[in-house]
Design a protein around this ligand. Sequence first.
Ligand code: ADP
Ligand code: MG
Length: 702
Amino acid sequence: MSENFEPVTVLFGKNVFNDVVMRERLPKNVYKEFKKTITEGRFLDTSLANVVANAMKDWAIEKGATHFCHWFQPMTGLTAEKHDSFISPTTEGTTIMEFSGKELTQGEPDASSFPSGGLRATFEARGYTAWDCTSPAFIKETGKTVTLYIPCAFFSYNAEALDKKTPLLRSMDALNKQAIRVLKALGNNTSNSVGATLGPEQEYFLIDRRFFEKRLDLMLTGRTLFGAPTPRGQEMSDHYFGALHERIASFMHEVNVELWKLGVSAKTQHNEVAPNQYELAPVFSTVNVATDHNQLVMETLQKVALRHNFVCLLHEKPFTGVNGSGKHNNWSMVTDDGINLLDPGSTPHDNMVFLVMLCAVIRAVDKYAKLLRASVATAGNDHRLGAHEAPPAIVSVFLGDQLTDILEQLAAGGAKESKAGGHLKLGVSVLPPLPKDSTDRNRTSPFAFTGNKFEFRMVGSSQSTAGPMFVLNTIVADVLKEIADELEKSSNVKTSAQKILNKIAKEHSRVIYNGDNYTAEWAKEAEKRGLPNIKSTVESLETIMDDENVKLFVNHKVLSKAELNARTEILLDAYSMTINIEAKTTLNIAQRQILPVAIEYSGKLAKAAERIGNAGSNPDTQKKILDKTCELISELNNGIDELKKAAAAAIGIDDTAKRAENCRDIVVPAMSRVRKAADSLEMIVDARMWPLPTYAEMLFVK
Ligand code: ADP
Ligand code: MG
């Protein structure tokens, strides 16, 4: 045991300005007022803010902090921070440490270089950050710098959202408002609010740092743009849930300790399917805190990896030929008095609240399938969704036997019974019979009911969870609003609710699919059912501005039309920029690393053939290999020429959507052509000369 061993219970949350610390450090009346401000979502008045700020500063300074920062989440999908020290010089040439309520609650970090999608021209550069007091402040130690972090929203002079957090918070309000209406109408008079919960499972790869440093593609794009398949991949299923390697386990331990200190409840860790792929899952929390925490998880994984001479790859598809990485978003709704609205209980068929909530989610997912798809559309995720890997780009819902049966009963007029789970008889005398879960699992479904929550599996591993979660919150709020409108004006709530369930069960059964989502049959079947199958990011992003989506976001005050439009522009632009960087990196590596080596090797072959001939032996084999090498060199060179032209032409297109389409249709195929020739060369060129670490090295060295 190390010298400075601290039990986890002591360690946990020690760097968080949480409820316990507040209760301890704030005057009783201030604490009470402040809690009320948070729960009622009211404006924080200045005198209150001053007291809180002061307590926060004292606490932070005791922990070694010299700086504070407003921590926000611009549209890059990453986090941003600008540090200010607490010092305030006095006239005597000394300094005191100050932190005012205003500094806590509001900042103006210029920050004009973040994407705004035209909402904010640089000449009117004012951008503001405002404290999101529903997510606790915390202290982060980076090297020797200790800083107080204040989670913030980021918006423009005209209060337009410039970040990922603002619409997420707005969507939580929308969901709360409509869900409470439904609950009240159904006779609940104990709950005051409903919050969305999120537990994001994070997948990632770890590769040895020395390989990373030799791969410009990994350094600049996060994924390999070249690499012949490894002779051994994941086909033996021997990595999945395998015993943790010692070096990995040490890494994971350090990640956990760092996260626990930050109050992130890192819980589950294991080997994933692909070699050198892993997963970390925290215990769920409210969706905005979980989103902040997931950013900390991604950052901590990367930071700690370097200390262990690993690099953590968060890209959705770092390696062709083995599984990519996702971020499964487990989502539910819970009341302030602790009722999980998606908990079926033991007899779901007569649990009206559950049935209404379940049906609301089903209708929302079917009605807004394209929007949900667009919420996970990124260049990186294109390699997962719609490729021959799961989940597919078709949005469908897995319910399992029991709930599917209940839905069928609802469609037929009303649910009268719930299929029991029964017992699993294991046929081994030393093992007792286990109660059987009433739903089996389905790992191929993009949107699966898993016991008491839904698991949205299409989210990309490097993505902020904010986008997909504010979409999900809003579409569910929208359906709950329809239901609340109906129920509130009804004289017989039970009958009206039955009617609503019946209608939804009939209308939306098409989105339920319990089978294997990876198969070609499902794609065919889905088409018959009229479900959209939007394969590419560009095509998907182009659906965002559809009328029904604009109406949705405007009605629920989550995004204005201008804000939605700005976001669409930013996302399309990000796609083109990503492809452009990949294209330029492909060219760089192909021209400067692969082509020279291939030419050198062909020279060696030519010389060998000549010498062998001179020595009186038959040089035919050498010549054959030489011919093949020369053929591939010429193919590689042609590919390079084509890609150069394609990339230059695409980037010159003004219209954002057209530019993105051009990247997808012309640049991406040109990149594939270069890669194909290069990967074929890798298979014949002398391994001692090959300039890039191989797939086998990156995936199997630990
Ligand atoms: P799996 O078996 O699907 O891999 P994990 O245990 O890895 O499951 O992850 C499940 C995730 O779901 C955890 O983050 C867990 O906290 C979360 N979760 C459980 N209940 C809820 C809930 N009610 N709302 C949101 N997330 C939940
Ligand atoms: Mg899961």
